[in-house]
Design a protein around this ligand. Structure first.
Ligand SMILES: Cc1cc2nc3c(=O)[nH]c(=O)nc-3n(C[C@H](O)[C@H](O)[C@H](O)COP(=O)(O)OP(=O)(O)OC[C@H]3O[C@@H](n4cnc5c(N)ncnc54)[C@H](O)[C@@H]3O)c2cc1C
Length: 409
């Protein structure tokens, strides 16, 4: 059976695509693959647009390994099976008076797939989904199931953003929050107003993000405004916490349960790159991108999205040890985006940008290792967990280098 990601730009014809429903089926699948000399790649919802999953070995599609295992209401911790979609997790947590502390702007990902690439939302005080992981269960190449938690800190820091390179996550323990509603507002402004006010807005709002529209086509692409927004305009979105029993509203503020407000509906009509730059350089980086796009690509047809994420300690987190501004640039699917993406990457490189693991970027291990202070720590855990390369593929080798050698730096 062929496998394809959500965008349809990554495909493969593996020897097997299996959909385990329980942890012991994951163990059996991994053991069988090892016996047959096959590679195993775990697949979430396939929302990554790069070749993290493709293999001619075995794809383990976790979509049927779902649901809550346990809820510790007092500690606000939940154990959740790896294939549970974020979309389904929201209502499950709400039944227990709980919510994820933060989410991204779509919710179709599986929780393990999302954390494997450091998926994030926005909020100065709020970390990525990976930072909410306090424990995990993971099947290794020898079929053993390891429990990972604060008592195994190196494993935890590696498992929080692992790209599927350590083994197959079957369960995650997440630190969550008391249930809350969000009030979301949109406000157009100019780039100069954004540059003057972003710090104050970031401090004032639980969640603050913005879109910059290089062209009037970009301003019309995902939003309807009357009168329409023109080129070189900004749309600010804020989301603030209101009580869990707040009455729902649609306008002018949208108020609803947090998990319903975070996510927007989305179709696979675009490709994206996203880089994380140090927070203090946010406006300089955005200003540089703006100058480059206005001179080199003035008709760029889609918005840039700008978000903010707290620092965390996962070895491969794009937010490792630095609070960050995440800037994403989208290109129309099917169009030739190579030139604009390459020009954007050159700007991000000036600011020490770290790419999103699930989105396009041109870097391999030599470039990436310089951007991650704990690069070798991840490689050490990888070498211990997967010495024989059961959980790898050519793209992962390109990203991380060969297992166990110190040659990547
Ligand atoms: C429309 C759209 C919007 C997006 N919005 C955001 C956003 O707001 N913020 C953001 O940060 N990102 C965003 N992304 C990127 C997305 O969150 C990541 O690419 C994420 O990894 C996708 O999760 P998935 O379940 O589809 O995993 P996949 O793409 O299927 O897999 C991603 C990685 O996870 C690994 N993996 C999956 N399951 C397991 C498991 N059980 N055990 C071990 N490894 C596993 C895979 O091997 C692979 O390396 C968006 C993507 C799209 C398409």
């Amino acid at each position: 059976m062929p496998w394809s990601n959500w965008y349809g730009n990554q495909t493969c014809s593996p020897a097997a695509v299996l959909r385990p429903r329980a942890e012991d089926e994951v163990v059996a699948a991994v053991e069988r693959a090892v016996r047959d000399g096959q590679v195993v790649r775990a697949a979430g919802s396939g929302h990554s647009n790069v070749a993290l999953v493709p293999t001619d070995g075995q794809v383990l599609d976790l979509r049927e390994l779902t649901g809550l295992v346990d809820v510790d209401r007092e500690a606000r911790q939940v154990r959740v099976r790896a294939g549970t979609r974020i979309h389904d997790l929201g209502p499950l947590l709400w039944e227990h008076g709980l919510s994820l502390a933060n989410q991204g702007d779509i919710d179709g990902q599986q929780i393990a797939g999302a954390i494997a690439t450091g998926t994030h939302g926005t909020g100065r005080q709020l970390g990525s989904l990976s930072s909410a992981v306090v424990g995990a269960r993971l099947v290794r190449a020898d079929g053993s199931v390891v429990s990972i938690d604060a008592s195994t800190p190196e494993w935890l820091r590696a498992a929080r953003t692992s790209l599927g390179a350590l083994g197959v996550l079957t369960e995650l323990t997440l630190q969550v929050a008391d249930a809350y509603c969000l009030a979301a507002e949109l406000e157009p402004c100019t780039f100069a107003e954004l540059a003057d006010t972003w710090r104050e807005r970031l401090a004032r709002h639980r969640h603050f993000l913005c879109y910059w529209f290089p062209s009037s086509a970009a301003a019309r692409a995902w939003f309807t405004f009357d009168p329409p927004l023109g080129d070189d305009t900004v749309l600010i979105k804020t989301m603030d916490q209101v009580p869990a029993d707040a009455e729902a509203e649609e306008t002018p503020r949208r108020i609803d349960r947090a998990y319903r407000v975070f996510a927007d509906p989305c179709e696979p009509t675009f490709h994206e790159l996203e880089f994380m730059v140090p927070l203090e350089r946010a406006v300089d980086a955005l200003g540089e991108l703006r100058t480059m796009l206005r001179s080199g690509h003035p008709e760029h047809p889609l918005p840039l999205e700008v978000r903010f994420v707290a620092a965390d300690d996962a070895y491969l987190s794009p937010f490792a040890a630095r609070a960050s501004c995440a800037i994403s640039v989208s290109g129309v699917m099917g169009a030739d985006n190579a030139a604009v993406f390459a020009d954007c990457e050159r700007v991000f490189a000036q600011f020490g940008g770290r790419p999103h693991w699930g989105k396009w970027h041109p870097y391999g291990a030599a470039d990436l290792s310089r951007r991650y202070p704990a690069w070798e720590d991840f490689r050490a855990v990888r070498a211990a967990f997967d010495p024989g390369g059961t959980f790898t593929n050519p793209y992962l080798e390109h990203l991380l280098g060969p297992i166990g050698s110190g040659a990547a730096r």
